[in-house]
Design a binder for this molecule. Sequence first.
Ligand code: SAM
Length: 211
Amino acid sequence: MAETFWDNVFAKHDYHYGTEPNEWIRSGFLEYVLAGDGAPREVLVTELAAGEGRNAVWLAEQGCVVTAVDLSATGLEKARALAAQRGVAVQMVKRDVLGQPTDHPAAHVVVSTFFHVDPQRKRQLFHAHQALTRSGGFVIAEWFHPDQRAGGYSSGGPHDAAMLITPEEVRNAFAGSGWEILVCRRRERDLNEGAGHHGEAVVTQFIGRAG
Ligand SMILES: C[S@@+](CC[C@H](N)C(=O)[O-])C[C@H]1O[C@@H](n2cnc3c(N)ncnc32)[C@H](O)[C@@H]1O
């Protein structure tokens, strides 16, 4: 089960994906949310599948009000410790993001990094991002692209290529539902995110804005 799997990963390692934010989240947030038109004074952020909290803590350091959601209690415990060490508050919620609808307030920004699920749950994955974003808000996300497996890259990601995500899948999920697609692309880039993600990788990067 995913919960036990991730509890074991996070129990074994020092911060498995490091303690610094994912570069796509960092640059996307600064460029599209903070530097954009009409940034709210108090930015509400929800991170889906937040793991050990590296993005959530950085976003709280930028002054955002952050909720970190994950099904791994061990991950959230480490996220809580990281937030305390860095002197910021992050609300931690242990929950299956693809499960029951949530009563979290809709966020200005929903972020996720490398949140991969079984192929039959991909619709729910995209829907969860959309459902939690308020009108005018942003989704910023990064996934491994199937070429990560096809190209034999060893920098991270699930072994099952069907769990990986193409820009076309994201575009199809967001198109036609009032979303403006700002960035949706395949990229090759270097990852330097703890022991878990290290080296050359092929990723899908997305930024969308809710209508
Ligand atoms: C590859 S890790 C990425 C963690 C974090 N996003 C990062 O990049 O550092 C995947 C995360 O997804 C979480 N996860 C997987 N399925 C989930 C679900 N249905 N609901 C909530 N969290 C989930 C796992 O517990 C794990 O923390």
